[in-house]
Design a protein around this ligand. Structure first.
Ligand SMILES: Cc1cc2nc3c(=O)[nH]c(=O)nc-3n(C[C@H](O)[C@H](O)[C@H](O)COP(=O)(O)OP(=O)(O)OC[C@H]3O[C@@H](n4cnc5c(N)ncnc54)[C@H](O)[C@@H]3O)c2cc1C
Length: 528
């Protein structure tokens, strides 16, 4: 039996529940040695680092590779250019020892602007709506290099936007808005983020609990690799060539005249064929979007990864890492203690505007929803998918962990949630005290109500966004930035680069304008 506390909609309940999937325990035999032989203390190990503090306590977790915690096997781990702890956490260097988000001054969280010290010459240079990555990067750059002043407003009670993480009451670092894994292809972004945090290499690897051809649940790598098809379909694929052949035999060419897929189903079948489509992608897509692939744009499934190797890393970017003291620390280092930057939380821009309570400013940088900005025009709203998190603290998990990886996906239609995240696996857990015996898990349910997370990619929404974008282009004194204002799923690194490039324009010609279109940054991961 697991003993759990479930937190859903603010309620805190304690109950005993039977061990889930007990019958499939045998599947985890390969991990059983790790499960059974280690005590809680032994789950902490010392690792060499590149910084002056040459050791780091981290949990081993049951998913360590031969390289270490959170790392892929050597052949793939070596592709990650982050090979040890790097970067700097100025706050930590100057003596701040806590790892949870810092308690912010009352004035910052007060929800009012009266206590602000407004610069004399025409007010703040920038009034930034949103304390997420987009707003914070612009405030930080404009302050450090151009000595410009900013007021950052956010309607939430914390900085960090969707990247916000914190240490739970039980002592586990977790994300408020869903697990965030940093990975980037952009060297400029990697150089930039190292100014605000120490970083730990992390090769994100995901497992899926997937039904095989006999309807038995198997734990397999996601995205599918050779191991996945061998385990699910009794294939005997051992080389890249054999895997390529397997795909070639499986793939279904779309029937259209030009051979191009007309919808998501045709796209998926043309990429991976019917077996993987049915087992891994079809019902998962339905759960994520509440639409079957055939009802979605081909583009949504056209990028399904087709691995021919044994590479089981989720991302293939050259830099993959986690911030050692969490994402919130990045924002603390960027914003707090900078005399040019003032922050007010619990402040809704529209309410302050309506009541004429906004302080004087020269330019608005708006990182909220573009359709909310134009709500008074009565145009239709842009559609979003959201997530509901069911957080459960499992007090006495067998062997200290609930599942075999940080993220386990559930593609089948027989369970309503899409995936379970177990934060304890990440190597950036607080090091001030030993990890608790229990573990925190978050079940993710996809929904169309709640926080706006994923733009819904279909022609209607695209056309509607174009109308909003045309209005935004003509708007004087307001610059629209970031994932909500661009109606575009930006990965963190894309959001950072977009903001950095806008800042470049500010430096070069005094205008805060994008250098390229949101879509030019690449597609972004979207729902995972
Ligand atoms: C569930 C989920 C998981 C993700 N996982 C990853 C991942 O693993 N890797 C990765 O690279 N990226 C991931 N991302 C993307 C990442 O969160 C974004 O790239 C990043 O948050 C973009 O920053 P932003 O500043 O543009 O937007 P946000 O972080 O959303 O910030 C916008 C801010 O504006 C505020 N705001 C809006 N309207 C108003 C208003 N009227 N008044 C005041 N404030 C307002 C909001 O409260 C919010 O804090 C994920 C996103 C989601 C939704």
């Amino acid at each position: 039996m697991y003993c759990v506390r479930i937190k859903k909609e603010g309620k805190n309940v304690r109950r005993n529940i039977p061990l889930l999937f007990q019958s499939s325990r045998a599947l985890f035999e390969p991990f059983s040695v790790l499960f059974s032989l280690r005590t809680t203390e032994e789950r902490h190990c010392q690792r060499a680092t590149q910084t002056e503090e040459s050791t780091l306590i981290m949990p081993k977790g049951p998913f360590a590779s031969s390289v270490g915690v959170g790392r892929a096997e050597p052949e793939w781990a070596k592709l990650n250019k982050v090979d040890g702890i790097c970067g700097r956490d100025v706050m930590h260097q100057s003596g701040e020892k806590t790892e949870a988000p810092l308690k912010l001054e009352d004035e910052i969280t007060s929800g009012e602007c009266e206590s602000l010290i407004v610069p004399e010459d025409g007010g703040f240079d920038l009034l930034i709506v949103g304390a997420g990555l987009s707003g914070s990067v612009i405030a930080e750059r404009c302050s450090k290099e151009l000595n410009m002043t900013s007021l950052i407003l956010d309607k939430r009670d914390h900085i960090g936007g969707n990247c916000y993480d914190f240490v739970s009451d039980e002592g586990i670092r977790c994300s408020k808005y869903g697990a965030h894994l940093f990975h980037t292809n952009f060297e400029r972004v990697w150089e930039y983020v190292q100014n605000f945090s120490e970083w730990i290499p992390f090769d994100h690897r995901v497992k899926g609990r997937v039904e095989d051809e006999n309807k038995e649940l198997k734990l397999v790598p996601i995205p599918p690799t050779r191991e996945t098809v061998n385990a699910l379909f009794s294939a005997n694929v051992n080389t890249d060539e054999e895997m390529q052949k397997w795909y070639d035999e499986q793939r279904v060419v779309p029937k259209s005249e030009d051979g191009q897929p007309r919808n998501g189903e045709e796209a998926a079948l043309s990429r991976v064929g019917p077996l993987l489509y049915e087992a891994v992608f079809k019902h998962y897509t339905k759960k994520q979007w509440d639409k079957y692939p055939e009802e979605l744009d081909a583009s949504v499934l056209l990028r399904l990864p087709c691995r021919t190797t044994t590479d089981d890393r989720y991302f293939s970017d050259p830099w993959q890492a986690l911030p050692r003291r969490g994402y919130t620390r990045i924002f603390e280092n960027m914003l707090l203690g900078d005399e040019n930057i003032q922050i007010r939380l619990n402040c809704d821009f529209f309410e302050l505007k309506k009541s004429n309570a906004l302080p004087k400013h020269k330019l608005v940088v708006f990182t909220g929803q573009i359709d909310a900005y134009y709500a008074s025009l009565g145009m239709p709203k842009l559609e979003y998918r959201s997530l509901e998190f069911e957080n459960t603290y499992v007090e006495e998990p067998e062997d200290g962990y609930y599942q075999e990886a940080m993220v386990v996906n559930y593609p089948s239609s027989s369970v309503p949630f899409t995936r379970i995240v177990e934060y304890k696996h990440t190597p950036n857990q607080p090091s001030e005290q030993p990890l608790p015996r229990g573990t925190l898990i978050a079940k993710e349910y996809s929904t169309d109500v709640g926080e706006p997370y994923y733009p819904v990619p279909n022609p209607e929404n695209r056309a509607l966004y174009e109308k909003y974008a045309a209005l935004a282009e003509k708007e004087k004194g307001v610059c629209f930035v970031g994932r909500l204002a661009s109606y575009k799923y930006f990965n963190m690194d894309q959001a950072i680069l977009n903001a950095l490039e806008m800042y470049d324009n500010m430096k070069e010609n005094g205008t805060l304008e994008p250098k390229r279109k949101p879509e030019d940054f690449g597609p972004g991961d979207g729902p995972k």
